[in-house]
Design a protein around this ligand. Structure first.
Ligand code: CND
Ligand code: ZN
Ligand code: ZN
Length: 382
């Protein structure tokens, strides 16, 4: 494959490079030449070095979660700043960065509030596929191509708002740290910030994929005494056990609903339950697995667009609670680069989450691995 065409004055020129285009759902991605516009004021153009494939990208390709198409998907990326637009001060060309699906402008009333991580400029909850000025930076065969959550990492070059870019340590291993832009903070933060798992507690994790296993690592690090892992794919059980799961359950092999089994195993329900699949039935099963009074259920998975949760409200009355958690409740730019530094300092090791690495051109093979449940995280290398 040829190199991307870039002139020396890159910041003002269009870059022609390879990207994986999702023209429609339920079809393979198509690797094509795209034109990537220069960054406008407040924007950063990034040369992507590695990108993970997340369950959310899979849901979009499956047509379960709706975003504007045709688009360049991918929201778990690590790269190097190629050029910056006017007024950008927090990064410069050559810096190593992560891209975040949730920005942190540090100015809006949500960012200034000490709690929560939603920024008024976020593009995740109702994705437009466009930059904040309502335009796109990608063109392919003369057609406008949408971005994903303002990030788009399945491309050699992307343009991201400065408020969604986090500068990371120059020592960061770029083939490994892309998962710090979604799976790791999403899982760790669901445990440390949203649930606040306590030592000696009991936990259940529904869904043992990349994000679910990051939840498991967080529960283990918090001193949970028992971590029950639930998955319909038993290939996930050995890696889950290696990371701290004490008991594995496959709901398809049980004679009773999994929540009944979890309640029996834990004398009435766990302290903390996590749904990391993205399915309304399993959200309810996770909620029902919690202790009726002090149980906390955290919904991490993204259920299909326009789906509805349905459960008896009596479940919540005795003080059981249901919470959501997005990007682990971390204020992205302020907190996630510090996680990268902790990883470099070996305070934790998330490398076991990366079971496969493939060249970017093999992205469809990577999605087959994810669909078939053969990988935890498959990382694309550019
Ligand atoms: P991945 O596909 O790797 O893992 C999902 C796991 O769930 C797999 O091991 C499946 O076998 C398992 N599974 C599927 N259906 C069932 C079922 N009915 N019962 C039990 N297990 C089942 O995905 P991932 O770990 O990358 O992502 C998991 C979810 O998290 C997904 O919904 C994604 O959209 C969401 C997410 C949320 C956030 C956030 O900020 N909240 C960020 N990124 C991803
Ligand atoms: Zn994700
Ligand atoms: Zn903000």
């Amino acid at each position: 494959m040829e190199q991307a065409e870039i002139s020396t004055e890159t910041s003002s020129t269009v870059i022609t490079c390879w990207a994986a285009i999702a023209w429609t759902a339920n079809a393979p991605l198509s690797i094509e030449k795209v034109e990537v516009d220069p960054p406008k004021p407040g924007e950063v153009r990034i040369k992507i070095i590695s990108s993970g494939l997340c369950g959310t990208d899979k849901h979009i390709l499956d047509g379960k979660n709706k975003v504007p198409l045709p688009a360049i998907l991918g929201h778990e990326g690590a790269g190097i700043v190629e050029s910056i637009g006017e007024g950008v001060t927090s990064v410069k060309p050559g810096d190593k960065v992560l891209t975040f699906p949730i920005p942190e402008c540090k100015e809006c009333q949500f960012c200034l509030h000490p709690k929560g991580n939603m920024c008024l400029k976020e593009k995740v909850l109702s994705p437009t596929g466009l930059m904040l000025d309502g335009t796109s930076r990608f063109t392919c065969r003369g057609r406008k191509i949408y971005n994903l959550f303002g990030t788009s990492t399945f491309t050699e070059y992307t343009v991201v708002h400065e408020i969604a870019v986090g500068k990371i340590d120059a020592a960061a291993p770029m083939d490994k740290v892309c998962i710090m832009s979604c799976a790791v903070p999403t899982g760790f933060g669901a445990v440390f910030n949203t649930a606040r798992v306590t030592p000696g507690s009991t936990c259940v994790v529904f869904g043992l994929g990349g994000v679910g296993l990051a939840v498991v690592m967080g529960c283990k690090a918090s001193g949970a005494s028992r971590i029950i892992g639930v998955d319909i794919n038993e290939k996930k059980f050995p890696p889950a056990r290696a990371l701290g799961v004490t008991d594995c359950l496959n709901p398809r092999n049980l004679k009773k609903p999994v929540q009944e089994v979890v309640k029996e195993m834990t004398g009435g329900g766990v302290d903390f339950a996590f749904e990391v699949i993205g399915n309304t039935d399993t959200v309810v099963a996770a909620l029902e697995s919690c202790h009726m009074s002090y149980g906390v259920c955290v919904m991490v998975g993204e259920s299909p667009s326009n789906s509805r949760l349905s459960f008896d409200p009596i479940l919540l009355l005795p003080e059981r609670s249901l919470k959501g958690s997005i990007m682990g409740e971390y204020k992205t730019r302020s907190c996630i680069p510090k996680l990268v530094t902790d990883y470099i300092q070996k305070k934790f090791n998330t490398d076991p989450l990366i079971t496969h690495q493939l060249p970017f051109q093999k992205i469809n093979e990577a999605f087959e691995l994810l669909h078939g449940g053969y990988c935890i995280r498959c990382v694309l290398l550019f």
